[in-house]
Write a protein that binds this ligand. Sequence first.
Ligand code: TXA
Ligand code: MG
Length: 310
Amino acid sequence: MKTIQSNIKKAKKYLDNNDCIAVPTETVYGLAGNAYSNIAVKKIFKLKKRPSNNPLIVHYYNINKLKNDCNINENFKKLYKRFSPGPITYVLSLKKNCKISKFVTNKQKSLAVRFPKHPLFKKLLKNLDYPLAAPSANISTKLSSVQASDVKEEFGSKVRYILNGGKCNIGVESTIINLTNKPTLLRYGGLEISRIEKILKKKISININSKKKIAPGQFPLHYSPGVPLRVNVKKSKSNEAFVLIKKRNINSKNYYYLSKKNNLNEAAKNLYSILRKIKKDGYKMIAVEKIPNIGIGKTINDRLNRASNY
Ligand code: TXA
Ligand code: MG
């Protein structure tokens, strides 16, 4: 308990000082800085090597703290009540005189907001008088981090502090819904779309590969382990790592299982760390067997398809 308090205090000190630090969330680790500070936000873009036209998600403790910055609508209220805190990000319209740094949104009029569930991150947010802009803690287009050691691998000592909250429970990024207009899915993520449709009592249109590039996470190459990857493979080549979800009778050195029990949630949780491990083990090519395209399997397939554009 004492260490938790002192780690939160340390994290707050860096953030108050306009530094960015890594924070644990239930989806993936974030690279966080004061969303009201131009200095802090510019540091995030620089560290991540992120194009300045790719806006950031801002993380809030709760709806009360959000009300100063965004206009709140009925669809948001319904979804917030059911799913937040949790793995869903809402795109809302920004209030005219809000304090959000213009670098967060690249001067757009909408803001992506999220209410994370990880207890350490929640505690930290509760202790701050500003929300935290936090993209995933990885170099742009690379694999997201799901544990403190991944963040170290991505940034070395350039990230001054990592608030260590263990391995992320969900392991893939949040689901993003645009609510500024008719609800639209912008990114598959940790929360299944059917659950969102149930609450809104309607089908949601899907716009995950927008030509207008509403969310630059929609760019073709993303979530890349840095080596070529191919999907829907029945039989791997001997020099490829083979990523599997269904247990085989024979075992081979190049087999990497996403799940012990053919479970899609477990597979999502392990996805990024297994791809990282394969790279570390020295493979120059990755083959992945067909992943069922249901529930969170849709998110896994979305990430694998983008990673396959290497
Ligand atoms: O789970 C998550 O969402 C993690 C954790 C750290 O919260 N964050 C995350 O952030 O995945 P990032 O920056 O890696 O991905 C955010 C995506 C990007 O594709 C960005 O283009 C999109 O959200 N985005 C941000 N602001 C937006 C906006 N105003 N309208 C549409 N898309 C937006
Ligand atoms: Mg990202």
